[in-house]
Each structure stands twice: as structure tokens, then as C-alpha cells.
Ligand binder design. Structure first.
Ligand code: G1P
Length: 277
């Protein structure tokens, strides 16, 4: 029922310069796998196989990654190295990848609106690849938890987690009423509020399920924080006339948009994924 996942991937990744000067930040690897591949695997685990990627200038490496590399594959055919491409070959076989370019960087809301042409008129997921999410073994991956919740509530859902109060200005923050354990009906939503203005310490992290009316709302949403079109503002509008839920997911998130988070995620992936293979 949720068939497509949108990946906004047009940002510059300035915190990782010069590494991201000519390489997309989404291609930064946790050990041996690029961030965006973890994201695509999480979407697939949620039963989604339509990957809609909003790219920008300098992002061609993403398209090449989700494609066959004839020369390389011919070169290593029949050797032990072939196994290293098994996972990515599987993704290429079972998923479809479509792309569109965001020509100007006008915010996450603008990136999502740019992706409308790839999504059409159906509910969809949004995954920000620099939020790397992991769960305990036996636990559903985060996007699958959200897809299951969507099946029950049929409305837009944002993943949330508690953050220290003095860090609210790094996130979209919700205020709401807990309707079921871990499920909040959103009453307020503010993009990157100062701690004094934050409705709570429940921060939005980069996993969303959105109903397609969000596109019409985005079209008429004025620029918000930083003069950018914010998905947070559009969701607040949706919450006022309908229902939007905040969902405290089970699992752990690494902010790979920051150097510290990226290092922590790398260590986690090395210990829990790479070494266990
Ligand atoms: C975006 C959203 C913000 C959200 C965050 C999660 O901000 O605008 O509401 O909390 O992603 O990672 P960004 O980190 O792109 O500035």
C-alpha cells in the first residue's frame, strides 16, 4: 500500500567538505556501504520497492551506484570478490529507481514537492539517508514500524525521539497528546525552535509517511525557517485540518549529518554489521 519511498538527496553536505566536494554526501560509507544504500534497504524491508530519489548537481554517483557496472562486474566475475556485490545486485533486481533533480536548494519541503512527479497521488514514505536507524534483532526496522502504523491510522506520520532540551533548535519539534503508547496526535509543530519556544523535546527524525494532499499544501506554504519551504510547516497545516501522528519508534538513530554521529554510526556498523557477516 505504501509503494514508494522518496529520498531527498540534493543537499551539499558542507560539514564533510572536502570529502563531499565532488561526491554526494549520501555516498559516504559506513564501513563499506554508502548511507543511501542502508536507506534503500530499510525501505525495501518495509515492503517498498519504488525508490524515488531527488538529486541535484554533482549527484550522478548515486545513479551509477544503483546500476550495473559492467566493466567491474566482468573483471571480478568468478572470483571471491563477486560476493561483495551480492546485496547491491539484489536491490537493483527487485527495486525500481527513479530520479528527478532539484534545481534550486529551497528546503526539505521544496525537495519533497519536487519529488511529486515521481510519487503521484498516493501515500508515500520519505527517508533522509543521513539519519541512520538501527533496531535490535527481531525488531521491525523503523520504516516498517511506521508502515504498520499507517495501515491502522491512514494519516501522515513523523518519526520522533526525545532529545535534550537544549538541542531543539537542530530539529523539527512536535507538541501533542499521547493517544496510544508512543503515538502522539500532533497539535503543534515548529521547525528548529529555540529551547524556550519548543513545544516539547520530541524531535522529528528523518522518517515520514505522508499522504499525497501534502503536495497541495506545500504549494501554498510560505517560506519558513531560513527562508526555506519547510515540510514541518506543511505538516502543521495538515494537522490543523486533519490528523498527523508523531511516532516514538523503537530503535536507535545516528545523525550521520554530523561528524560525531557519523563516527558513532561507523563504529556501530563495524561491530554489528560488518564484523558479523
Ligand atoms: C530536517 C527537517 C527537521 C528534522 C530533521 C531530521 O532538517 O527539516 O524538521 O528534524 O531533518 O533529520 P535538516 O536536518 O535537514 O536541517
Amino acid at each position: 500500500m505504501i509503494r514508494k519511498c522518496l529520498f531527498p538527496a540534493a543537499g551539499y553536505g558542507t560539514r564533510f567538505l572536502p570529502a563531499t566536494k565532488s561526491m554526494p554526501k549520501e555516498m559516504l560509507p559506513l564501513v563499506n556501504k554508502p548511507l543511501i544504500q542502508y536507506g534503500v534497504e530499510e525501505a525495501l524491508a518495509a515492503g517498498i520497492n519504488g525508490m524515488a530519489i531527488v538529486t541535484g548537481r554533482g549527484k550522478r554517483a548515486i545513479e551509477d551506484h544503483f546500476d550495473i557496472s559492467y566493466e567491474l562486474e566482468h573483471q571480478i566475475a568468478g572470483t571471491s570478490k563477486e560476493a561483495a556485490l551480492k546485496d547491491i545486485r539484489h536491490l537493483i533486481n527487485v527495486c525500481t529507481f527513479s530520479y528527478t533533480r532539484q534545481v534550486e536548494m529551497k528546503g526539505l519541503g521544496h525537495a519533497i514537492l519536487t519529488g511529486e512527479t515521481l510519487i503521484g497521488n498516493e501515500p508515500f514514505a520519505v527517508l533522509l539517508a543521513d539519519d541512520y536507524c538501527v533496531t535490535e534483532s527481531g525488531e521491525d526496522p523503523v520504516l516498517l514500524q511506521m508502515v504498520k502504523l499507517y495501515q491502522k491510522y491512514r494519516c501522515s506520520i513523523v518519526a520522533i525521539e526525545e532529545v535534550p532540551h537544549d538541542e531543539t533548535s537542530k530539529y523539527g519539534v512536535i507538541g501533542g497528546v499521547e493517544e496510544a503508547p508512543g503515538v502522539y496526535r500532533v497539535r503543534q509543530m515548529v521547525e528548529k525552535p529555540d529551547p524556550a519556544d519548543a513545544p516539547s523535546n520530541l524531535a522529528i527524525i528523518g522518517r515520514y509517511i505522508l499522504t499525497p494532499d501534502i503536495f497541495d499544501i506545500l504549494r501554498v506554504t510560505p517560506p519558513g525557517r531560513n527562508g526555506e519551504l519547510q515540510i514541518t510547516d506543511a505538516l502543521m497545516t495538515q494537522a490543523t485540518y486533519g490528523r498527523v501522528l508523531g511516532f516514538k519508534f523503537k530503535g536507535r538513530r545516528f545523525d550521520c549529518g554530523s561528524v560525531e554521529g557519523f563516527i558513532d554510526a561507523t563504529n556501530y556498523a563495524y561491530q554489528h554489521i560488518y564484523k558479523r557477516k
